[in-house]
Design a protein around this ligand. Sequence first.
Ligand code: AMP
Ligand code: MG
Length: 350
Amino acid sequence: MFKIKTHYHINFTALLLLICLLTGCNSQSPNIKSATRDNLLGTTITISIYDNIPDSLFDTIITQCFDTINDIEARMSVNRADSEISRLNENHEGAFPVSDDIYELIKNAIQFSYHTTGAFDISVGSVMELWKQDGDFIFLPSPIDIIERLTYVGYKAISFPADNKISIPTGMKLDLGAFAKGHALEVVRGILIKNGIKHAILDFGGDIFTLGKKPDGSNYRVAIKTPIIGDNSLVCIVEVSDLSVMTSGGYERYFEQDNAYYHHILDPATGYPANNKLLSVTVISPDPIGADALSTAGFVLGLEKGMNLINELEGYEAIFITEEKEIYVTDGLHGAVTVLNEGFRKISYN
Ligand code: AMP
Ligand code: MG
């Protein structure tokens, strides 16, 4: 899956006009058809198709897309007791059969864990569970409980005894939350392509896939929110085509207790929210699953280790935003990022 980077630059030569996804100004073009659903994959999902297609075809495609996302959530969510993942997590008797996509995703996850030296680890599920009540990330666990649950974390103990069978040790729980959206984006992209769609934007709660370019040949402009709690402005715009733009940040899911903020991206080494002086990490890649996994991992790894990792991998670029209000961008992305928020400044990282 991974190749060490030799020379990679996203082609941003034809940066023309565009849309502002997060500001909603994409509804101005007459040919754009959009559909939105709330409460899917824990967020709001909007699919916008730029090709000029009949309403009936649009309705058929959209139904297929949302049914598929529903199915992914029903099988992969740890918040649903009857999902495949929840049943795997309760199975302590050896090999548990899972469907093809879950099997592949978990195999993929192990690769990401190795490449990120465990910063990305889906076996963080048992600790993640402690931080939740009724599926919501709202509860500060006791240090003793965290230490006890940490004994069940460790991707190296996940095994694959036979095709489509997974075995995890008693007490371990898997959580696919860090790259399920990336997977869903990948699947929905496939549905659009199969139906002949060439120009579209998939917006999964600010995690984006842009299919092709805009019909006029220009790139899409994807806005990234200022990654500060309570600040709804946009920090920068990145111009892309045929790429996913996936962001992880401490402002997304969090709670406050005794004047401290706790967010949902855990350092698997400590069981506590990662604290690396980062506000957010955005990874840009043709591969939405990798971008999703690596944005979570980058947020855990911190600026230096995270950037060095992205720079080594072919096909991934990144934007790391620090608490010092610095926007570090990888070389291949430099010309494609425009800062909007004057409180922040852009710095090249190489
Ligand atoms: P994301 O928003 O893509 O960064 O994913 C965050 C979600 O991934 C959390 O809500 C957890 O379900 C899960 N998660 C948290 N920390 C980690 C980690 N270090 N490795 C893998 N999954 C994680
Ligand atoms: Mg992620």
